[in-house]
Design a protein around this ligand. Sequence first.
Ligand code: KIV
Ligand code: ZN
Length: 512
Amino acid sequence: MHEEILFFDTTLRDGEQAPGIALSEAEKLEIAEQLGRLGVDVIEAGFPAASDGEFRAVARIAQSVRGPVIAALCRAGAADVDRAFEAIREAGRPRLHVFISTSDVHLDSMLKMSRSEVLEAARDAVGRAASYTPDVEFSAQDATRTDPEYLLEVCRAAVEMGATTINVPDTVGYAMPHEFGDLVRLVRESVPDHVTVSVHCHNDLGLAVANSMAGVAGGARQVEVAVNGIGERAGNCSLEEVAMIVATRGPALGLSHRLTLREIARTSRLVSMLTGYPIQPNKAVVGANAFAHESGIHQHGVLMNRATYEIMDAAEIGYEGGRIVLGKHSGRHAFSEALGRLGFELDREHVDRAFARFKELADRKIQLTDADLEAIVAEDLAVADEDVFAIESLQVAGGTHLSPTATVRLRVAGEVREGSAMGDGMIDAACGAIQVASGVQARLEYFNVSAVTPGTDALADVVIQAEVEGRASTGRGVSVDVVEASARAYLAAINRAVRQGVRTSERTDVAS
Ligand code: KIV
Ligand code: ZN
């Protein structure tokens, strides 16, 4: 008999707390739907008290995603609990996730509360949450730096008030696997059997996955994970790594899962595309090199028998070659069908916009693959209704004997603004022209260009991170032309920051 490990995915909550990520409502919904296809047990959709936008996104996920439990995070206070439940009330299976810090350093320096006050707040909030839904999770933030006696007292109180899952977070990624396993075992032994013990590990010392598995050995049956391991600081425990540990070693460990493994590759790609967080090439399971064999001895072995050097099957995780799907003569119907086959469920407005963009690109590139379509949709999903600026036209000039210059025309609220600039190169000039036309100051911090598919006619996929008036923001752009893709990515980062509250200054027509 294998024991099932529950996957609690926090990509949309803790994952989204990674610097520079600010997903639009449409992007969050697309990720949640994909997590549903992957078969995670719980989707933590967000933290509704954080903002109205966050509340709306959580509510939309709760209304439309069926299958997984939909969880909303709340601090241990009545207003937070009420707001969180308001957001998920329409979910098929709503869960309230109440948290409060329990370590002395958090109590003294951050909460300014005594241990007994925290205990009382936890009791009240869990009790209130349980009056809304029978599915309540309680997290003792910074559990690994909490006095174990006090931790157990708070956990028992939460269970008494109705918590059905007790989560043990290693909030600052401080624990060693043997310590964490012991702590989880202690919690497991202190709460009744009907309560699920959960682990939530951060990766500050690179131990999030090891600690989570030590927690499982200590009796945890829910693991909190994020796709590609994104999250606060060094990130959260990586979903795909735990999934493949359970899939590969589960039979020996007596563990099982309910994930649809062939959705892993697509989930990882989608999250990377929409968040703008690239995947390191040597990342376990989903890195570009995870199944690449460079040395002759390895290549020879794998050709003779894959099992010589591979413990997982790439196809099982959903990696297969990109197929040629559509060209410039393909119509809207074929385009929508291809999107459906790739698992996208877009509303009419997004399909129309993505189709228009597809036509533009197909006119300049003969054929587009699945990967190209994914990149087009990812770029489009980042466009939100309230976006401020759109590129009307871009002209660049440069070369070995010409100073790089660019002129851009941006559409904004029905008018067109123009800006020109010179730069160190054509991309620099295009970004400068966008700053002039938009009136928003942005400093490029990270720039990554990759080809979506092999070949000289590949779409360029550019991801940038910029500091926009003091705020980190990411943007993505795709085009057959790398300068245009960069300009689109740069403007997407500006739009994202403006959506988050960066103000645009008054129009500045042309400058250099
Ligand atoms: O890291 C942490 O402690 C958290 C809690 C809110 C569960 O994210
Ligand atoms: Zn966390």
